[in-house]
Design a protein around this ligand. Structure first.
Ligand code: GSH
Length: 120
């Protein structure tokens, strides 16, 4: 959980594999978080780009791009470590994690972190 009472908010969509990638990372790290379906006008207003996923932090920072988001989460919440310690292998894992193939056959450790977002 975060030290603060405010959650991270993940804005995305249930069919987005990039959103799923961030969801898995946040759940694996057991962060205090909520997920909301992205609405284009709000995303554009926050980021200037019509692209998901977007994460807002408890401090109201706005983060975009799944790899960037995960790097920042890893830096803030290093335990449990998501990526292998070797930078080369870590980059390789990141590239593969964006593919649906990996999401269809998640590792045993990440499987329990995968789930769907609320329908409303
Ligand atoms: N580099 C971005 C790519 C995000 C991206 O392509 N998002 C949208 C377009 S806004 C998309 O079509 N995603 C497909 C998907 O998430 O499955 C990231 O990693 O977050």
């Amino acid at each position: 959980m975060n030290a603060t009472e405010r959650p991270y908010t993940l804005y995305g969509c249930e069919v987005s594999c990039f959103t799923a990638k961030v969801r898995v990372a946040m759940r694996y790290k057991r962060l205090f978080m909520e997920e909301k379906r992205a609405e284009l006008p709000k995303i554009l207003k926050r980021t200037g780009l019509a692209c998901i996923p977007v994460v807002t932090t408890p401090e109201e920072e706005v983060w975009q791009d799944s790899s960037e988001i995960i790097d920042r989460l890893e830096a803030r919440h290093p335990s449990p470590l998501l990526y292998p310690e070797s930078p080369l292998i870590a980059r390789s894992v990141d590239s593969h994690s964006a593919s649906r193939a990996v999401l269809r056959s998640p590792s045993r450790h990440l499987a329990s972190a995968i789930g769907s977002i609320p329908q409303s």
